[in-house]
Design a protein around this ligand. Structure first.
Ligand SMILES: CC(C)(COP(=O)(O)OP(=O)(O)OC[C@H]1O[C@@H](n2cnc3c(N)ncnc32)[C@H](O)[C@@H]1OP(=O)(O)O)[C@@H](O)C(=O)NCCC(=O)NCCS
Length: 164
C-alpha cells in the first residue's frame, strides 16, 4: 500500500523546498507566475526572503521521497472575504494520481481554517485541465475573481473552496 504524508516546512527545509520548487519550474513552466531562470539565479538568502517566507510551505512525501510542495499565504489574500490563497502546487510525476495532491490541499485547508479563513482560492493557467480537474475533485469551484476583489489578468481561472 503506497504511503504518503504531509508536513509543514520549517527553517531547516529551505534547501529542500527550493530544490523541489526549481524542479517544479523546470517540469511545468506553464503552471507558475515565475520561471526557473529567475529563481535559480537567486542565492538562497534572496530566495528565502522573496519566495520561501511569503507563506507556509507544505512538503508531501510519497514512498519515502519528497514528492510535492504547496504554499499557503500567511495572511488573508482578500481580508473582507476571509480568503487565503494557495500558490505553487506541484506533485512530482512519479507521485501523480496517488492522492498526494488531495493531502497537500487538505493541509492548506486545515491551516487556513485554523487561521480564520472562510475560503481558500487559487489560480489555474487556462488549459491546465489536469490541475483544474484535481482541484474540482477536492472541492474547488471556478468563480469570477472580481467577485473577490482580485484584479485578474492573463489566461488564468480562479477557483475557490469554501471551508467549514
Ligand atoms: C496539478 C497536479 C498537482 C495535480 O496532481 P495529480 O496527482 O496529477 O492530480 P490527480 O491525479 O489527483 O487528479 C487529476 C485529475 O485530472 C484527470 N486528468 C488527467 N489528465 C487530464 C487532462 N489532460 N485533462 C483533464 N483531466 C485530466 C485525472 O484523471 C484526475 O481526475 P480523477 O481524479 O477524476 O481521475 C499535478 O499534476 C502537477 O503537479 N502538475 C504540474 C504542475 C501544475 O500544473 N501545478 C498546478 C498549478 S495551479
Amino acid at each position: 500500500m503506497p504511503s504518503s504524508s504531509i508536513r509543514r516546512a520549517g527553517a531547516d527545509d529551505v534547501s529542500l523546498v527550493r530544490s523541489l520548487r526549481l524542479e517544479a519550474l523546470l517540469d511545468a513552466p506553464y503552471a507558475y507566475g515565475s520561471t526557473h531562470a529567475v529563481e535559480a539565479a537567486m542565492d538562497e538568502a534572496a530566495w528565502t526572503s522573496s519566495i520561501f517566507n511569503k507563506g507556509a510551505w507544505f512538503i508531501g512525501t510519497h514512498e519515502g521521497l519528497s514528492a510535492g510542495i504547496v504554499q499557503l499565504t500567511l495572511e488573508p489574500y482578500v481580508a473582507e472575504h476571509h480568503l487565503w490563497a494557495i500558490f505553487g502546487m506541484w506533485v512530482s510525476p512519479v507521485a501523480r494520481g496517488t492522492g498526494l495532491t488531495a493531502l497537500l490541499l487538505e493541509a492548506c485547508a486545515t491551516e487556513a481554517t485554523t487561521a480564520g479563513a472562510h475560503l481558500v482560492g487559487l489560480w489555474v493557467t487556462a488549459g491546465n485541465d489536469r490541475a483544474a480537474t484535481a482541484y474540482a475533485r477536492n472541492g474547488f469551484g471556478e468563480v469570477a475573481p472580481q467577485r473577490f476583489g482580485i484584479d485578474h489578468e492573463g489566461p488564468e481561472r480562479f477557483m475557490v473552496r469554501t471551508l467549514p
